[in-house]
Ligand binder design. Structure first.
Ligand SMILES: Nc1nc2c(ncn2[C@@H]2O[C@H](COP(=O)(O)OP(=O)(O)O)[C@@H](O)[C@H]2O)c(=O)[nH]1
Ligand SMILES: [Mg+2]
Length: 303
């Protein structure tokens, strides 16, 4: 295959080429497939997923982790991908994230990219997977991905990240009873952020005892208290993240997570073959037929 100059620059660490590759994939450009298929992916680059309810302090926490890493490791290069499925049409909340991360914006060592969803069929998770792989094809030491924890997205982040950090606040205590099952499975590490508020110790204790009851793995899920807004607990948090990354090296990614990732990409490739507006029109026409059968319709469409 002919060498692609854009990819060569990406692989060499050029940030403009990186931004260009991401845009091509984000916009479903015809060049995207070739780029993805030619990526030299560094599978060793750690991907750290940060998820949790809106307002828990995920962006503030990631920003504090960036400060910590930049202070303690002079040469470090970090990428941040902020995904917000709650704002499919506006960039309002993403702007908030950008503002909070501005202290790092002019830093050549830090690359921050916000990713909005493009409506329900836009294939958010597939794009997130693809863009993460582009980030892994350049020279970053760490990649952070922030997502809002709502239902399915937690599983998505788990299939994408090497280490999944779930952020709660002291007030989350009551909700945890109802959301616990899914989250308990995917968290490698819990953070009780806003520990400047009442209830942080109680939540930490509850999480630890619930984890203790369930523990089925060799990895003991830590529960770290932080005050992200004043950068407290960040060194401890990062130490726990590194221990988990180290643990991963001896316990490779679970096959079922890899499988979930592959299925998501396959779904996306299938959908890409279809012109969705034509699909929608044909569906509208077909659906008014007597005895319309959606299974038959889909089977014909994806033949
Ligand atoms: N009191 C307190 N506020 C915090 C803390 N961390 C973040 N915040 C505030 O919580 C709000 C939401 O933070 P943000 O990082 O945007 O949350 P996200 O939606 O999870 O990304 C902001 O006003 C932050 O300044 C903390 O440790 N203590
Ligand atoms: Mg945020």
């Amino acid at each position: 295959m002919k060498a692609n100059p854009l990819l060569e620059k990406l692989h060499a660490g050029d940030r403009l080429s990186l931004a260009r590759c991401i845009s091509l994939v984000e916009n479903d450009s015809s060049a995207a497939i070739e780029i993805l298929q030619s990526l030299q992916i560094n599978h060793k680059t750690p991907v750290i997923g940060v998820t949790g309810p809106p307002g828990a302090g995920k962006s503030t926490l990631v920003s504090a982790l960036l400060s910590y890493l930049l202070e303690t490791r002079p040469e470090v290069k970090i990428a941040v991908l902020a995904v917000d499925p709650t704002s499919p049409f506006t960039h309002g909340s993403l702007l908030g994230d950008r503002l909070r991360m501005t202290e790092h914006f002019n830093n050549q060592q830090v690359f921050i990219r916000s990713l909005a969803t493009r409506g329900a069929l836009g294939g958010l998770s597939a794009k997130t997977i693809e863009i993460t792989d582009i980030l892994r094809a350049t020279d970053f030491d760490f990649i952070f991905i922030e997502t809002v924890g709502v239902g399915q997205s937690e599983l998505e982040i788990a299939s994408l990240a090497d280490t999944t950090v779930v952020v709660f606040v002291p007030e989350s205590g009551d909700e945890i009873q109802t959301i616990k099952s899914g989250i308990m499975e995917i968290a490698d590490l819990f953070v009780v952020n806003k520990a400047d508020r009442d209830g942080a110790d109680k939540l930490q204790k509850n999480l630890l005892s619930t984890l203790h009851e369930r523990s089925a793995s060799d990895w003991q899920v830590p529960v770290v208290k932080t005050i992200a807004s004043s950068k407290q607990g960040i060194a401890d948090l990062f130490e726990k993240i590194e221990s988990h990354l180290h643990f991963n090296n001896t316990h490779p990614q679970l096959q079922n997570l890899l499988f979930a990732k592959a299925i998501r990409l396959a779904e996306n490739y299938l959908i890409r073959k279809v012109n969705l507006s034509v699909f929608q029109q044909e569906l509208a026409v077909a659906s008014v037929q007597p005895h319309f059968n959606i299974y038959q319709f889909i089977s014909d469409k994806f033949k």
